[in-house]
Design a protein. Structure first.
Length: 300
């Protein structure tokens, strides 16, 4: 049987919805019911009638979907699709940091485990990190786990002390000014879009800084016809579909290996076997939902 039909038949049989992050391979993006950023997808899933959520992304994304939809079955099609940045932070480390800075509030990027979210005061996305930190009266903020996003937030709030965590996204950390300038030299009319997970020296040379959804919005509005995309390379596939009249250039080295673990075959197998599922304790779901819900009240 054709694998696309097999997935469609299984999806209907399981009453499932397929979510795909913007960094997934093109064929996975194409079969998704919803395509977008991690939190937006989780919120979308919580509002559907589907009983099963197939999350084509990495572990923390599927966990966020489970937190927001605890009664639904959440499947991550590949058990080893784990975010290396999320693994750079543990609940014990956060508790130790809170003891060191007792007056500080903890703001955590959604790119973190459910157990870490349970230790946070507020969650944020790359789109609303500045807004979330600004909402706090505290003058000290422990920002976990992405130091680059924390440094980006600090640019807008010199009055606050952002206590940075030593974590980072290896894919975005690997993007350098030399790589970007090399493409800029070849395409001098192109504008450069950078994700806030990029290093500060890359942010400095960007024409626009934003989340993946922010990039989608930017390309639909800009008059620029040539665009250099400073994030995971398959974001370019999504942007080409959104703006087929524009020319996009990606950074060939900007690849997230764990995002590429999910395939059409793994999606079909996961729907057939209903595994691997995301399992979280009721206590973790209850505690982790608090910073997520507080964030959604603040908005994007």
């Amino acid at each position: 049987m054709d694998i696309l039909k097999r997935i469609q038949d299984l999806k209907e049989m399981r009453n499932a919805v397929i979510l795909a992050h913007n960094y997934q391979v093109p064929e996975v993006q194409d079969i998704a019911d919803h395509l977008g950023d991690s939190l937006g997808l989780s919120i979308t899933a919580s509002n559907t009638d589907a009983e099963v959520i197939v999350f084509c992304g990495v572990d923390f994304m599927a966990e966020s979907a489970k937190i927001l939809s605890p009664k639904k079955t959440v499947i991550l099609p590949h058990s080893e699709a784990k975010c290396p940045m999320a693994a750079m932070c543990t609940p014990k480390m956060i508790r130790e940091m809170k003891e060191k800075y007792p007056e500080a509030k903890v703001v955590g990027y959604v790119n973190s485990s459910a157990e870490c979210k349970a230790e946070m005061d507020l969650c944020c996305t790359s789109a609303n990190a500045v807004k979330v930190v600004a909402s706090l009266e505290a003058s000290q903020v422990i920002f976990v786990p992405d130091r680059n996003l924390g440094q980006y937030v600090q640019r807008f709030m010199p009055e606050k002390e952002i206590i940075l965590w030593p974590g980072f996204c290896p894919t975005h950390q690997g993007i350098t000014p030399d790589q970007v300038n090399g493409i800029k030299n070849e395409h001098p009319d192109a504008v450069f879009l950078a994700h806030p997970e990029c290093r500060p020296d890359v942010i400095d040379i960007a024409d626009f800084v934003g989340s993946t959804q922010g990039m989608v919005d930017f390309v639909s509005d800009t008059v620029s016809n040539e665009i250099i995309v400073g994030t995971e390379l398959d974001m370019t596939y999504r942007l080409r579909k959104e703006a087929p009249d524009k020319t996009f250039y990606h950074l060939p080295m900007a690849v997230c290996p764990t995002m590429k673990m999910i395939s059409l075959e793994s999606i079909a197998l996961s729907l057939e076997n209903m595994t691997p599922t995301i399992e979280l304790s009721p206590e973790i779901i209850e505690k982790a939902s608090i910073p997520l819900e507080r964030m959604t009240q603040i908005g994007r």
